[in-house]
Design a protein around this ligand. Structure first.
Ligand code: FE2
Length: 282
């Protein structure tokens, strides 16, 4: 399934390229429920990414890493993430909690520290004042912004004043094209019986009001829905990627996906365009 979603500046000239593997909703649970198979699904995804002919530059996990926020679950997830042959980054989903995730997982791999795609800036760190797990990854041609949408009071998405101020600062710091990664979609999802997954309309509208004027924000990449859906914030395309764990997958999907975990490859081009490919594990 190619071109699930394309950026609004499709590439016509091949410039510098960056390949990101987007994975989400692993829901690792210890002890694992009978027949859940989530650990095996995670292992298949990691192995499939590692055997790609063209290695992704980064892997981004958009949350629900664990199912119960247990330290053993993060430890197991970290073991699998660290098998990746490239740097990885993670943001929390509603099943994760920041304290245990920070302690057990951090938000990135040791590889990230030396990655030329992960050059650290003061803005790239999670904020110790707010405690949010979010960061900006400044690459040669793009800003990748990993936004924490975790709510302390519900399983839905949140966007508070602190996060608004952080995102405003990040966006003001560069003129590069931007890709946003977040667990909860702020937009209405097509073909979903639960199309709106933010806590309230005001927070989603505050998010939209902030990002809508930035035409250089090219796409919003989310998890949470456990199905592949599309939407938009203004003219900015948004999408949700289905869960990598087969037993958590929802909705209809092509026959080729039956019994096989999936992830997404996103190619960011040097001219501000991108394209996506849903990758079914071999
Ligand atoms: Fe989930």
């Amino acid at each position: 399934m190619r071109n699930l979603l394309q950026g609004n500046l499709p590439s016509t000239i091949l410039l510098d390229k960056m390949l990101i593997a987007h994975i989400t909703d692993s829901h690792i649970e210890v002890p694992e429920p009978a027949d859940a198979g989530r650990i095996a699904d995670f292992e298949r995804v990691v192995a499939d990414i590692n055997q790609l002919e063209e290695k992704p530059d980064l892997v981004i996990h958009t949350g629900d890493i664990t199912h119960c926020d247990r330290k053993d679950e993060y430890r197991l997830a970290r073991t699998m993430l660290d098998r990746l042959h490239m740097p990885w980054h993670a943001i929390p989903g509603n099943k994760d909690r920041r304290a245990n995730m920070s302690e057990m997982l951090g938000q990135s791999s040791p590889l990230s520290q030396s990655s030329p795609l992960s050059q650290s800036s003061p803005l790239s760190q999670s904020s110790p004042l707010s405690g949010f797990i979010q960061q900006m990854i400044d690459t040669p041609d793009w800003q990748l912004i990993l936004l924490d949408t975790l709510s302390d009071t519900s399983n839905k998405g949140a966007f508070c004043d602190q996060r608004r101020q952080w995102l405003e600062t990040i966006l003001a710091a560069s003129q590069k094209p931007v890709a946003l990664f977040m667990h909860h979609p702020s937009f209405e999802m097509a073909d979903n019986p639960y199309p709106f997954q933010f806590e309230d309309r005001q927070q989603a509208e505050a998010f939209e009001a902030l990002i809508a004027p930035f035409s250089r924000i090219k796409g919003i990449f989310c998890g949470h829905a456990h199905r592949n859906t599309i939407g938009a914030v203004g003219i900015i395309p948004g999408m949700t990627l289905t869960a990598m764990s087969l037993d958590r997958r929802k909705g209809a999907y092509p026959l080729v996906m039956v019994g096989k975990p999936v992830y997404q490859l996103i190619r960011f081009n040097g001219d501000g365009g991108f394209d996506c490919q849903l990758k079914v594990c071999d």
